[in-house]
Design a protein. Structure first.
Length: 110
């Protein structure tokens, strides 16, 4: 199944740059280190990764995730290649109650 509202998906660039790819962020540094090791991604690659996430969520099928008080979650796993390296990436999306805009919650290398 496709992510409902995928054409309206929203990815906060700060979430990618300052969290997922930030190797000194208190909580995100582990994800950032894995992204760097697996795909040579750094904070400078945030725009590139953001565009990949938006493209993938519009093209790939998703899995239904858990429902929380904050909305329904969806999971999109996809292969990603860069700099001669390959990895499988998981992106988690949330659609808030009474909204129809999928928002990136997190992404990380599996």
């Amino acid at each position: 199944m496709k992510l409902p509202g995928a054409e309206r998906a929203f990815v906060d660039i700060a979430k990618i740059r300052d969290y997922s790819l930030n190797s000194v962020h208190k909580e995100g540094k582990h994800k950032a280190r894995v992204f760097a090791a697996a795909l040579d991604l750094t904070e400078d690659d945030a725009d590139w990764l953001r565009q990949i996430l938006l493209d993938v969520v519009r093209q790939q099928d998703c899995q239904l995730g858990r429902k929380t008080p904050f909305g329904q979650r969806y999971i999109v796993d996809f292969p990603l290649a860069r700099a001669g390296k390959r990895a499988r990436v998981r992106s988690v999306w949330n659609i808030r109650p009474n909204e129809n805009i999928p928002r990136l919650v997190t992404c990380y290398v599996l």
